[in-house]
Design a protein around this ligand. Structure first.
Ligand code: UDP
Length: 477
């Protein structure tokens, strides 16, 4: 019985569940027995993977758990539209420790890959001598930059919210403003989120290491910095989306049911010239005010470009029916497609007609942009997105910033139509955009090589699996 058995436990949010499933598929294809601890909102995509031949085990976990104050029916973080609900959500995550420990005790896997949002997982696994790996679902670049922000607190040295400061001791000179720093980092008063993030960092340093959905060649300075300067273990094993060779159907059905017929969408795209359509999407969580949605529409109109624009459901959209300028849909019916709800994003990005990606810089979206050879307009809103933006615009130089300054998860606003149109035009029309596209093409090539046998991500995973086997040997002998 030499086969390793790895348990995966993702946060209930699409940006974490999608790469976790891809990770489980990758481990399975490398001969590892895999099991996902899944909450109800995550069962369907796992079943799809099982039906297409991946032998991934499932343990169903009740969510919201017993004694939770979360209303029934909340199965994922992207259903949380008000900040007041966040403490109830994080409390619910804590309540999962006991049932997860029971599973670990019963099945004794060789490793637990648990999301960063479960800081208790390091101790839970240690009780049974199981190494715990952390999955943040982000770049190593943002692990380094966010850690430097937390340690050095450079935002305390400026006299106003708009004054720029440099994040010290990093391989590049990176500037931020105070308003771009997550509120739970710059908040003076301790609250549920600041406490949670202190625990997250502490549990990360005591864990076996972190798994990064990225590849060494994309961020070599930061992969080295994380290991040598911050002295932590990391394995770069991505881009996971490239390891998944499931084809068009798989790419169409990631995460959620699409709000548009995929064939209709592809037909529309296939009728357009290569690199002639802008794709705009802000991930699975961020929401904008009706005023901001209106500005986006106007910005698109001014840019003169063809577009696919994904607009999430959300309080603002529902409460204000008039978020689109009058006659917009009629006026742009040959030029644009608005998807109200979930889009088959990867399928769209990989279509030749797409020429630019306006993104919130969620890590999955950013990586999907890189792997689709796309220059990007960066428009971060919350989480670690302001860090990822700097990677795209200043380190990789494959994107231009729209000028977002305010860290905020819901009801985001503040970017004007002219700024939107200008950033889109810089990419779609100028020489600059072509240069960015060619740099993105180089990164895509490197990404492909990284995951092939003998590539950096392939080798990192081999090294990890060997270490886990050796660890098991030590524990059992
Ligand atoms: N996504 C999608 N359709 C949508 C919105 C998002 O397929 O309409 C996918 C997207 O391709 C990515 C994930 O959901 O894989 C979002 O993760 P990301 O890290 O980019 O952002 P988050 O949603 O966590 O803010």
């Amino acid at each position: 019985m030499n086969q390793l058995h790895v348990f995966f436990f993702p946060l209930m949010a699409h940006g974490h569940m999608i790469p976790t499933l891809e990770m489980a598929k990758l481990f399975t294809s490398r001969g590892v027995q895999t099991t996902i601890i899944a909450t109800p909102g995550f069962v369907k995509p796992i079943e799809n993977a099982r039906n297409s031949g991946f032998n991934i085990g499932i343990h169903l976990m009740k969510f919201p758990p017993e004694k939770s104050e979360l209303p029934d029916g909340i199965t994922s973080f992207d259903q949380i539209f008000s900040d007041g609900m966040i403490p109830k959500f994080t409390k619910a995550l804590e309540l999962l420790q006991e049932p997860v420990e029971k599973l670990l005790e019963e099945f004794r896997p060789d490793c637990l890959v648990a999301d960063m949002f479960f800081p208790w997982a390091t101790d839970a696994a240690a009780k049974f001598d199981i190494p715990r790996l952390v999955f943040h679902g982000t770049s190593c670049f943002s692990l380094c930059t966010s850690e430097h922000m937390r340690i050095y607190k450079p935002y305390n040295n400026v006299s106003s919210d708009s004054e720029e400061f440099v994040l010290p001791n990093l391989p590049h000179l990176l500037k931020f403003t105070r308003t771009q720093v997550p509120d739970f980092v710059r908040e003076e008063i301790e609250n549920d989120l600041t406490k949670l993030f202190t625990k997250v960092k502490e549990s990360e340093t005591r864990s076996y290491g972190v798994l990064v959905n990225s590849f060494y060649e994309l961020e070599p300075d930061y992969a080295n910095h994380y290991r040598k300067f911050l002295k932590r273990n990391a394995w770069h094993i991505g881009p996971l989306l490239l390891s998944n060779k499931g084809g068009e159907d798989d790419n169409a059905q990631r995460g959620n049911e699409s709000a548009i017929d995929e064939h209709e969408c592809l037909e529309w795209l296939n009728s357009k010239q290569p690199n002639s359509v802008v794709y705009i999407c802000f991930g699975s969580m961020a929401t904008f005010t009706a005023k901001q949605l209106h500005e986006i529409a106007k910005g698109l109109e001014i840019s003169g470009q063809k577009f696919i624009w994904v607009v999430r459901e959300g309080k603002d959209r529902e409460e204000n029916e008039n978020w689109l300028p009058e006659g917009f849909e009629e006026k742009t019916k040959d030029k644009g497609l608005i998807i109200k709800g979930w889009a088959p994003q990867l399928l769209i990005l990989q279509n030749k007609a797409i020429g630019a990606f306006v993104t919130h810089c969620g890590w999955n979206s950013t990586l999907e942009g890189v792997c689709s050879e796309l220059p990007m307009v960066t428009w971060p809103v919350f989480a670690e997105q302001f860090f990822n933006e700097k990677l795209v615009t200043e380190v990789l130089r494959i994107g231009v910033s729209v000028g977002s300054k305010q860290w905020k998860r819901t009801a985001c606003e503040g970017i004007e139509r002219e700024a939107i149109a200008m950033a889109i035009r810089r990419i779609m029309e100028g020489e600059e955009g072509a240069e960015m596209r060619s740099r993105a093409q180089e990164y895509k090539k490197k990404a492909r090589m990284a995951i092939e046998e003998g590539g950096s991500s392939y080798n990192d995973l081999s090294a990890l699996l060997q270490e886990l086997s050796a660890y098991r040997l030590r524990v059992t002998t």
